[in-house]
Write a protein that binds this ligand. Structure first.
Ligand code: DX5
Ligand code: ZN
Length: 219
């Protein structure tokens, strides 16, 4: 699955930019609060507006200090997958339960230097695991290959039946890096600058999907 990140889109023309990634599996929306990360982007009102102009399932990545209060509001707004950061969540089990009760998938994200092992039990409550392959906060950064160890570990846990999460990766994914991530076992690839920096975003989504499918060795 390919999830273009609108962080690299033209925010003055969001509806057109969403239409430009026709065929995308999910639409990745980066919510930043200038506290959990240094950058500030968009919040609930824009997500609600996006929901009205597209049928592409929304994938909201909350880079905010207080997901315990806010995450469920995104689920109630009709977001398909709501991801919170484990580094920010006070009661991540309750967040997951609330998200699922509101009809969304529950996603948990780890920053590049956050290990996976302490959270394996917690991930039983979650539907998606978002492995950050850049420090969260900005688009257009370089892919950090070391995080693929975490992807491999997650893949093993899923393949052995211990976990049922979908493995998502975010940061620095492009035509040069996507195959390595696919080989490591990623299911869903977020790509911002690679998609919106291309002359034909929809074509780039299709090309990224082809490369990932060719490298994954899984159906
Ligand atoms: C970064 C965001 C990413 C960002 C990825 O904090 O979470 O979703 O848009 O951008 P690229 O694909 O350009 O690295
Ligand atoms: Zn993101």
């Amino acid at each position: 699955m390919i999830a273009p990140s609108i962080l690299s889109a033209d925010f003055a023309r969001l509806a057109d930019e969403v239409a430009a990634v026709r065929g995308a599996d999910w639409l990745h929306v980066d919510v930043m609060d200038a506290h959990f990360v240094p950058n500030l982007t968009i919040g609930l009102p824009v997500v609600e507006a996006l929901r009205k102009v597209t049928d592409i399932p929304l994938d909201c990545h909350l880079m905010i200090d207080d997901p315990d209060t806010w995450a469920v509001r995104y689920a109630e707004a009709g977001v398909h997958n709501v991801t919170v950061h484990v580094e920010a969540a006070e009661d991540p089990v309750k967040i997951a339960k609330d998200l699922r009760a509101a009809g969304a998938l529950a996603g948990l994200s780890v920053k590049p230097n956050t290990p996976l092992e302490p959270y394996v039990e917690l991930l039983r409550h979650y539907d998606t695991l978002l492995v950050m392959s850049v420090e969260p906060g900005f688009g257009g950064q370089r892919f950090i290959p070391d995080v693929l160890e975490k992807v491999r570990a997650a893949r093993r846990l899923v393949d052995s039946g211990e976990l049922t999460v979908l493995v998502e990766i975010d940061g620095g994914i492009n035509e040069e890096t996507i195959e390595r991530a696919a080989e490591a076992g990623v299911d869903c690839f977020v790509a911002g600058s690679a998609v919106y920096g291309a002359p034909d975003p929809a074509k780039t989504v299709a090309q990224l999907r082809r490369l990932a499918a060719g490298a994954s060795g899984r159906s």
